[in-house]
Design a protein around this ligand. Structure first.
Ligand SMILES: [Zn+2]
Length: 173
């Protein structure tokens, strides 16, 4: 059974019984922790395409296969230019309303705590995206140096336009 769009909150028990699939796009506006780590003011925010397939596994655990795909706009740590970092993956979420039970579940699953018979799919997605981000992003060497050169030449132009700007900077120190 297939339903359109991604609801924020779902009842995992019902969703697993009915083997529901949710497929669609989540705006990064709904993923504020993920959005905050990205470069601001560089065009529209991306969406994350995601698919959740709820089911029971062979041990009768409540699980959902989650696959996701997006690109993050990260600052390059060398030249501070924008890096479009592709993020895609698939994990299996497992649901329980008992925190101790969650710790005993197979390690290949990503545990999600059920509260008031609901799970927050946006949060589960965001947690996974945050884990997928690199600590530091860099351009490929080729691309990076060109952006770096752009920045350098712009800085040199500015200096040429106004030689006193440099002097002013020095005097401030
Ligand atoms: Zn770079």
């Amino acid at each position: 059974m297939k339903t359109p769009g991604i609801p924020e909150l779902v009842d995992p028990t019902k969703s697993c019984e009915k083997k529901l699939t949710f497929e669609g796009a989540v705006s990064t506006e709904n993923l504020p922790r993920f959005a905050d780590l990205q470069m601001q003011g560089v065009g529209d925010l991306e969406v994350v395409t995601v698919k959740f397939r709820f089911d029971r596994d062979e041990q009768n655990l409540k699980v959902a296969a989650m696959s996701y795909n997006t690109s993050a706009k990260l600052p390059c740590q060398r030249c501070l230019g924008r890096v479009d970092y592709k993020i895609e993956g698939e994990v299996t979420l497992v649901f329980s309303d008992n925190e101790e039970d969650l710790e005993l579940l197979p390690k290949s699953y990503d545990p999600v705590l059920v509260e008031n018979q609901e799970v927050n799919l946006f949060q589960a997605l965001e947690d996974e995206l945050l884990l997928s981000l690199p600590m530091f992003a860099y351009h490929d060497d080729e691309h990076c140096s060109s952006e770096l050169n752009d920045i350098k030449s712009k800085a040199e132009e500015q200096r040429a336009d106004n030689p006193f700007a440099v002097l002013g900077e020095l005097l401030k120190k």
